[in-house]
Ligand binder design. Structure first.
Ligand SMILES: [Zn+2]
Length: 375
């Protein structure tokens, strides 16, 4: 039987008093999911438990059966793979945000706040050719990567993620990094000079490298499970995971990685992949984005759209029975706007008419249910 894993990013959430204690998932109307729950099971489980950081990279790798020891120590390398680039073992890659800094030198925004999308594109172009020793890879909006020769001092640097450092002093945040690499220090100085033209209302802009990562060979999905796999996604990290695990990666037209994504195109791509592959992952990022914006209603509406426009279409389009798991990777609280390690909904079902007897007691049993013929 073919298997479909639907990962709804940041599906776990807080319960809301205004909704009689319900979470966004519980508040959302999802008739197709309800029908699957009737013949299968719904459990609340933590994917990261207490040994992983609650973020998509490690939690999704865990859902796909990759052991903790085989996970990359940072996601920059996977984002690079997602963009069709690779590095040698002699190089390293860092994530690099375009950040806003106030007049007193404190980090005012981690995501280019105050600039238009066009200005962020222009900022990336301006920083593209600072040094030949540092390759600047623009991903989207405020997100970039830096590739340079591996330096053990930089590899050992502890750099706080910018999204956790707003309000802190920039010079202190990057002191360790600048002390570890002269080339990065001069690169950042030059970037700040070139980005001066975007200064406005007491804010100026600069680059913030963090999350250093190196080349890493991940186990192949086929070697892990003896099944051929495909992935339908848009979020860079998930594309990178798919490629790193040797799965076919399809980014459907109109996929945005947010709540305005084209879910029918995703459903069509998924049905097509399910005809070719034993195991398909479909990833939905909009729930996580809505929760980061603390917009619980937007999250509810997107869950309802996934049920109607994606799940409904896939179930209609499949002639053969399926094993399905629909779950979150981690909690993203619509109250705090932050990730959390708590439990997420995990729905498991077969569409072959059999009822009951699906027991998913912990995260290990998700991939077991999907990949083992007898359970
Ligand atoms: Zn998130």
């Amino acid at each position: 039987m073919r298997s479909l894993l639907m990962i709804i990013d940041g599906l776990g959430d807080d319960s809301f008093a205004a909704w009689q204690g319900r979470t966004p998932f519980e508040k959302a109307k999802h008739l197709h999911m309800d029908r699957l729950i009737e013949r299968g099971s719904l459990n609340m489980l933590s994917i990261c438990e207490d040994d992983l950081v609650p973020e998509s990279c490690s939690c999704i790798l865990r859902l796909l059966g990759v052991d903790k020891e085989d996970m990359p120590r940072n996601r920059a390398y996977l984002e690079l793979l997602a963009n069709g680039r690779d590095i040698s073992e002699y190089e390293m890659v860092l994530r690099c945000n375009l950040v806003a800094v106030d007049e007193a030198g404190y980090l005012a925004g981690f995501n280019g706040a105050g600039l238009t999308a066009g200005q962020m594109e222009e900022a990336a172009l301006i920083c593209d050719d600072i040094f030949t020793d540092i390759e600047f890879v623009h991903l989207s909006e405020y997100r970039n990567l830096l590739i340079l020769d591996k330096a053990s001092k930089v590899m050992d640097c502890k750099i706080k993620p910018p999204h956790e450092s707003v309000g802190e002093h920039l010079a202190e945040l990057l002191a360790d990094l600048k002390a570890s690499s002269l080339v990065l220090k001069y690169f950042l100085q030059e970037a700040e000079l070139r980005l001066q033209k975007f200064s406005h209302d007491g804010l100026h802009y600069t680059l913030y490298p963090w999350g250093v990562s190196e080349r890493q060979t991940l186990p192949q999905f086929y070697d892990l499970h003896k099944l051929r796999g495909g992935t339908v996604c848009k979020a860079e990290i998930v594309c990178g995971i798919g490629k790193a695990l040797g799965m076919e990666v399809v980014v459907p037209a109109g996929a945005t990685g947010d709540v305005d994504t084209n879910l029918s195109a995703k459903a069509e791509a998924t049905v097509k992949l399910l005809q070719q592959y034993d195991f398909v992952v479909a990833h939905f990022n909009g729930t996580d984005e809505a929760a980061h914006r603390c917009d619980a209603l937007e999250k509810v509406a997107f869950i309802e759209r996934i049920d109607r426009e994606f799940l409904g279409t896939v179930l209609n389009g499949m002639q053969d029975p399926l094993k399905i798991v629909i779950c979150g990777d981690h909690v993203t609280s619509s109250v705090t706007g932050r990730h959390d390690e708590g439990a997420v909904p995990v729905l498991a079902a077969r569409t072959d008419g059999s009822i009951g007897s699906i027991k998913i007691k912990n995260y290990n049993e998700i991939i077991k249910f999907l990949t083992k013929e007898c359970d």
